[in-house]
Each structure stands twice: as C-alpha cells, then as structure tokens.
Ligand binder design. Sequence first.
Ligand code: HEM
Length: 192
Amino acid sequence: MQPPPWLNAPPVDPYPYEETYDLRKGPDLHPALLGLLPYVGLWRGRGRGGFPTIEDFDYAQEIRISHDGRPFLHYESRSWLLDEQSQPIRPAGREVGWWRPVLNDDGSATDELEVMLAVPTGIMELHLGKVTGTRVEIVTDAVLRTSTAKEVTAGHRLYGIVEGALLYAQDMAAVGHPLSPHLSARLIRVGG
Ligand code: HEM
C-alpha cells in the first residue's frame, strides 16, 4: 500500500487568510453582510442579568463580531461579573458561534438569519430570525444539551444598534421556567 502523500510532505505555513473585526483591514466584507455591517467590531459594555431562580447580577461583556470575506460572521462573547465598585468578581458566560444570513440564488442576502451558538456549559443553540434595518431578532429553533447541562429549552434575543451602541435583550426558558429575561446590556465600540 502507498503511504499517504502527507506523511513526508514539508511543514505547512500558518493559516494564510485574514479574519477581522476592523472593516478598514483585511478582506472586503461579503456583500451579503452589508445589512449586518454595523455589528462588525469589537464591543465592550455592561449589563444586568437575572432569572426567576437566581439573584439579579451586574456584568461586563466583550463581544467580537468578525468576518473573513465569506458570507457569515464569527461571533464571540466573554463576560464577567462585577461587584458594586465595577470590579471583576469572576468570569461568567462565554459563547461562540456564527451569524449566517440566508442567501438568495444570486448570492444576495434575504432578511432571514441563521445563528448557531455554543456555550461551555454544554448547550448549543440554533436560532432563526430576521434582520429589520439594524434590528436583529432571533428565536431558537433547536437547543442541544449534553447530559450534564442545565435544562435550557428555548431562547429569544433582540439585538439593536442605537446611537452607535450595541444593545441586546436575551430571554431563555430554563430549569422549568418559561421564556423569561436573563440578560440585557449596552456595549460600545472599542475596536473596528
Ligand atoms: C453575558 C453572558 C451571561 C452571563 C453574565 C450569565 C450569568 C449567569 C449567572 C450569574 C447565573 C447564576 C448562576 C451562576 O452564578 O453561575 C446564570 C445562570 C444561568 N445561565 Fe447565564 N449568563 C450568561 C449567558 C448565558 C447563556 C448564553 C445561557 C444559555 C445557553 C445561560 C444560561 C443560564 C442557565 C441555564 C442558568 C441557570 C439557572 C438556574 O439554574 O436557576 N446563560 N447565568
């Protein structure tokens, strides 16, 4: 049997393509993302959270929304809890995923959006939604959980760009409670 061709091939150079949250750098934004262009950037801000089962809390958050020239956005969020003096208490929710506009046959974007998100607590969410102006509203179509994850069964999120800031509100159905507010925040652009 022939050895596979990669066995003695030379080492590979680093990943040769650029990803950016700065529209002045890197590849051109795919035209299908023009409607979502205001979201591309590095954002930082604070929010307040709660749920019927837990105490309300204050948090800070960084969201990075970047692209590599293809018709999807890379979404990454890291958050941390804040004490009354706005000092960090501990890391909180993290999330990574993809925002994918649904395309027409000619490659242009419809107003429909598919969003796939994964969190480190064993939950993956598939959202479907709509882009209306700069407003993005998404609702879970499916939630997948590992056997050790908390019981999250649905989610609903509203994102908007208001006076240049990124605002969102996020509801979830979890641990026996119907859709109820979990998070809301306002983030300002710190990069891109
Ligand atoms: C900015 C992001 C987030 C922050 C700051 C945050 C913060 C919190 C906090 C402080 C709690 C209370 C328990 C604890 O201290 O760990 C909690 C509970 C919880 N969060 Fe989040 N969270 C975030 C995102 C998410 C997301 C994306 C999901 C859904 C996938 C989620 C689902 C839950 C669930 C299921 C609970 C448990 C509720 C219970 O057991 O009563 N969180 N979150």
